[in-house]
Every structure is written in structure tokens, then in C-alpha cells.
Unconditional design. Structure first.
Lengths: 357, 357
DNA sequence: GGTAATTGCACCATCGATGGTGCATAAATG
DNA sequence: CATTTATGCACCATCGATGGTGCAATTACC
């Protein structure tokens, strides 16, 4: 038996060994056999033969016939960032919890590539798609429409499709208040001491900037011009922005808001070029979450979206007939707080022990 | 045309509109038409009709018929960790570069779940599998064997399958030397000041521990007993280990080697519980790479595997008839150095600009 | 004992694409 | 002009699973 298992067993093989027809075998194996009035006895025999021959359904064939593949896609811009990789992790559990198989792809912030990768998913007949952070959501939406593919946006504004978004405005306000309050405990603070770096002309950035300015307005009564430096989502462009600021003012702002952890990496690169300087007197807010950032030598406040709630609501929205938008409040993470992540849900199979050496 | 595109066009649809047979249409669309002596003219007509009807091949059907799916799997333990998410990112490019579609899944360090996820990949008829960091590589290997699935281990020792591994021994030696050298510049150092935290009874940990001890041996002439605290791959267990050490000695070791960034998170959690203490006098080595760790208030040396080279060699090894093992040297990253990551390869489509506010 | 209802399953077309084979028609060759 | 060779394509079985339909054999019922 272990020798002959070179080729995978099919329902036809089981049909031969069991003496039942292929369709009977199929219905036993896919669980529809009661509906088809297959006898308990026949079913039991086929199930035991299936186990014996290590039968595994060919899902490609099933998908082809039934036009339901059991695949759910997730389009990310990139993987290697705490937010998106954590989303991939959570997405995988949520998908499997629902009996689906996740296909996670990245569009690398390139509209052309986003389209291509989504088309490759469609070619494999995924049943639905989660779009998280596409550069060109409308282009992706268009493709999904044409393919009749149900889809939801995650953390993207939904002009056409359903969306679950973090409350960027509220989050930015919370973050801005937090850093201003902290910076004020360190000394007098003026509107001109409070900056924002990063972002781009997208919905999320606009909302965050609006929240940032709203808080500055209410705290200082006025908003300084030029308190925002747009850098796109690039570590190197952000590092350059800090270089420029530093060259001009001889220091960093007392207090600033960084649009994402990618931009935060830009700050780190800038600091890498200024070894020896401690930058202990700055207060930073980062609209993103990375546990490491929590332990830098200066206070870092972060905003952490509630990813699993967002995804859960996303699966709900797939059922919805018409486009809806749901907002989920993110969480403010104070400095030096290492929160739990999806890794904590893992059980580490080998218990700790000490090597005999 | 845009109205009627509700259902996806098939070769049969194109066969009707073009007047050619389905097999002719298929061969034109999959590029085998010259071999089949289809005329230039017919091919051109069909290609133009295909474009017009937005034809996209159903890859499930193709896979079923040709028993080549064009899917490559990557099994990770987890996504949300710099090393593995960076691997996912690089894997995706490498796969697409080869005309394949990546399917990345995580086994969450659970042998049972690893098996299940790999079986789900096999059910979709993936052509080959990259195994990175499985808890039970032999179990996975067994399943692949049974399914006749070509597979390579990445950064795992290859008892049965081909492997590309980081040189853990050499990397651990480089890392240990680096932190000892640094710590020695801060004051006198004894063998008892140099510890290792994290890891587990797996190949990588064993090699790293061997390298660690070899260097201690050569520097101090002897190895202290009990200089190693095994914690498994869990942030919380690692935090507890630091707690224990701290409770016993009233401080952290002057100089220590942390087995992975997951264990590193444990250090951060420990520090979160000791706010106010700066821990400025420690020197840390982390056998893993996270750009944020580079900028903590104490020196952190890191080891960063050359992921893209490992994956490239992995694709090569798939062709190989018999199991081979290849070692790739990792890179030592000194403190306060922010290196480039895969994100730098992305082009940020919207150029930086400043909001008019 | 004859008809009706139920049970248990087999048959067959189908999903979309592929590739081996074979057969007209046209062109080349002697 | 007869025969060989080349050209261009159609036909058909096939990959593995599914689900509608139909039909014998058994059981129930009057």
C-alpha cells in the first residue's frame, strides 16, 4: 500500500475497489451522500477505503466542476511590515476557520502589478478577494467586477465596494493629542514644534492630516503652515526629509507624527547617519504598530488597528448585497508597552528545557 | 461588449466567434500553435478576438488537464516576523519571475497544522513546495513524498530533502565574537558575563549554541556552565527567562546572544515591565534581523540571512535529481545600521509632493 | 396479490483546457 | 499527370469531481 501510492487515488480508483459508481463515491466523500440516499453501509465502506488509500480530493477538479474553488485572496501592498504581515497571519486563521484556503499576494504598490496579481488569483478562480492597501483600488475593483468576484476593501475607502476601515481621523486625533500632551510635560510647546512626516495623497493620509490639524487647531488655536512633509511610502524618501529638516534647523522637531512604520524606518535611517546623537528630547507618534518601535530611546506612541475585528467584519460584508462601509476604532499604544500579537496564539510544541552541555 | 461580459469567455466561446475549433483556439492561446502548424492568419484573428473578449485562461482547468498547476507553495511558521515576511516578499518575486504563482501559508509552529496546510496546498496541485521553518520537517517531507511533490527546505537541515541553509555555526561565531569584542571595550569581561537566550532543540539552535560556545572557549579558554537559557520560540517564555535572571542577579548579563527576533521581543517585554531603567550597559547579539532593533538604546548586533540568494538556490535545487545541501553565509549587521530591505525595490508611484493646506 | 411508495444506486453530461491522431486540401516533385 | 510531401486544422478522449435524472429492487399498503 505504501509502495503503490505513487499516483494519488481518485474517486475512480475507489469506485473500482469498492464496486460502487464514481458518483456514489464522490457523494460519500463530499458529504452529500445522505441527501442522495446512499446506505450507511456503503458509505462506511467507501470511507474506510478512502482512508486506507489516503484519498485526497483534487480541489482543482472540484472547483472546475462546481465553480467554487474554496480559495480566498488577500491583496497586500507588501508583506514585510508589521501591519500587513500581521494581517496575513490573521487572515489565514480567519479563512481556515471558515473552511477556506487563503491565497495572499502582494501588489508592491504598483497599479500594474496589482492588476496582474489579482488577475492571477482570478485565473485560479478564487471565490472572493480582500483588498488591503492597493495603490489603485478602483482598478482592482474594476477587474473584480468584470470577473463577478465578490470583494471587500480593508483599510481602504470604499467608493464602489464594501470597506472596513480604521478610523483614521479619530486615530490621528488621539495620536496627535497624545504626543502633544507628552511633549508639553517636557517644556513649553508651540504650534511650530509639531510636525507630520510621511503619507501621500490617499484617503488615509488625508484623514490623518485632517485629524492632526484639527487637534493642533484646538490646542494652539492656529495651524502653522508647512508643518507637513509628504514623502510617500518610502523609507529613503523619508530619511531625506529628516535630513533636510535637520540641515535647516540643526535639530529634529520636538514633537512629530509619522504616517506609517515605513516612514518610521526612514527616521531610523536618518538616525543611523547621526550616530552619537541621542535624540532623547523628541516625542514621536507613529500611525502604525511595530513592537520594536516601542523601545527606542525616545517616547513613541503608536496606533494599532484592530486587524482581526476588521477581517471578521470583512467576511460579513462579503455576504452583504450592497456596498457598505464599516469603521473600526484603532487602539493607542503608549511608549514602552509591548502588546500581545498573533504570535501569542501559537502554542510552542516543545517545552522549554536546558541543554546538557 | 462590456455589458455582456458577465460570464468569463472560454475557448469554446472564442471557437464559436472565430469559427475555429476549440483545440485550435487553445493552442493559439497557450502558445503551442506554431508547433501545431496553425496559420499566422488564424492565430492573429483568434488573438485579437481573445483580447476583445478579455479572455483569461482558466488555470484550474488547465492544471487539471495538464497536471501542472503553475503554483509554488511556501510554508512558513509565521508571517509576522521580519525574517519570514521578508522571505514571503522575496519568494513572491522569485516565483513570479519564473512565471509561477506563489501560495504562501503558515503552519504556526504546530506539526498538525503544518501537515494540514501542506495537504491543502497539495489538494490544489501545487507543483513544488518550499519549506521554511517547519516544526516537523520530516512529517512534511513524508507528505510531499507520498504526493510525489518536489520540495526543498529553506533554512532547515535536510535529512531527506534538498536544503538551503544559513550557515548557523559561522554566523553564531561572527555574532558572538562581535558582541564580546564590543563588550570588552566597555570594561573587563568574564566568561560568566556572556549568555545565550532563546532557541530550542532544533538544528539551527544547536549549531548556534555550538558556535557560541566555540567562540567563548577560544576567547576565555573555558565555557561557563549554565550560560544558556532555552526558551523555545515564544516571546512570553523569553520574557520570563529575563525576569528570572534579573530577579536572581539584580541585572541583565553584560553581554548576551538572543536566538531570534521572537525571543528578542521577549527582551522588550521584560524591559516594558522595568520602565525607568535604561539598560544602557548591555551588549546584545540577535541571530535575526529587524531594522528597529538596530536603534535601541543599547548596541544590538544582528545576523541577517541572505534570503534572495537562498531562494534562488532553492529553485535551482528543485531541478536537482538527488538531495543536496547548500549553505549560504549570513551577514553581520552592526548596531545603528539600517540596511536596505525588499521595500526599497518598490517604486513608489506617486512622487512626493506637499499638500496645499 | 397488485399497485404505490420508498430505497439505493448507476448513468451521463458537464466544468475548461490539452494534446495525440487523422484527414482533407494544396503544393512540390519526378 | 500521378504521386509524394506539406499544410492547416478538426475530432475526440481525457484530467477528477459533481449533480440531475432515471430505473431496478425492495418494502408498504389496501
Amino acid at each position: 500500500m505504501s509502495e503503490k501510492e505513487r499516483k494519488k487515488a481518485t474517486i475512480y480508483d475507489l469506485s473500482v475497489v469498492s464496486g460502487a459508481s464514481p458518483s456514489t463515491v464522490a457523494s460519500v466523500l463530499n458529504g452529500t451522500w445522505r441527501k442522495r440516499r446512499i446506505s450507511e453501509e456503503t458509505a462506511a465502506k467507501i470511507l474506510s477505503l478512502a482512508r486506507e488509500h489516503d484519498y485526497k480530493a483534487n480541489l482543482q477538479a472540484r472547483a472546475l466542476r462546481s465553480s467554487r474553488s474554496g480559495l480566498v485572496g488577500l491583496l497586500l501592498p507588501v508583506y514585510d511590515n508589521r501591519f500587513f504581515s500581521s494581517m496575513a497571519q490573521t487572515f489565514e486563521s480567519e479563512a481556515r476557520k471558515r473552511g477556506l484556503v487563503p491565497m495572499v499576494v502582494s501588489g508592491r504598490r504598483d497599479p500594474e502589478e496589482e492588476r496582474r496579481t489579482v488577475e492571477s488569483l482570478i485565473a485560479y478562480a478564487i471565490d472572493s478577494l480582500f483588498i488591503a492597501g492597493a495603490t489603485d483600488p478602483d482598478g482592482v475593483h474594476e477587474i473584480c467586477m468584470r470577473a463577478g468576484l465578490p470583494h471587500v476593501n480593508i483599510d481602504l475607502p470604499g467608493k464602489f465596494a464594501s470597506s472596513v476601515i480604521a478610523d483614521n481621523r479619530q486615530g490621528a486625533e488621539a495620536l496627535t493629542s497624545a504626543i502633544i500632551r507628552h511633549a508639553e510635560t517636557l517644556g513649553p510647546l508651540h504650534s511650530g514644534d509639531v510636525y507630520l512626516f510621511g503619507g501621500r495623497n490617499d484617503h488615509a493620509s488625508r484623514e490623518r492630516i485632517a485629524g492632526f490639524h484639527a487637534v493642533k487647531q484646538s490646542v494652539f488655536g492656529a495651524v502653522t503652515k508647512g508643518d507637513i512633509e509628504i514623502t510617500g511610502y518610502s523609507p529613503s524618501a523619508t530619511a531625506l526629509a529628516f535630513d533636510r529638516f535637520f540641515d535647516k534647523h540643526g535639530r529634529l522637531p520636538k514633537c512629530f507624527f509619522i504616517n506609517s512604520s515605513i516612514n518610521f524606518e526612514g527616521l531610523l535611517r536618518f538616525m543611523g547617519r547621526h550616530d552619537g546623537e541621542t535624540f532623547g528630547d523628541i516625542v514621536v507618534g507613529c500611525f502604525d504598530y511595530d513592537p520594536f518601535a516601542s523601545f527606542l530611546p525616545f517616547p513613541v506612541y503608536m496606533i494599532r488597528p484592530n486587524i482581526s475585528k476588521m477581517l471578521e467584519r470583512g467576511f460579513d460584508l462579503l455576504e452583504e448585497p450592497k456596498p457598505l462601509t464599516i469603521m473600526i476604532e484603532p487602539e493607542l499604544v503608549p511608549p514602552r508597552t509591548a502588546l500581545e500579537g498573533p504570535l501569542d496564539a501559537l502554542n510552542d510544541p516543545s517545552p522549554p528545557f536546558v541543554f546538557a552541555d
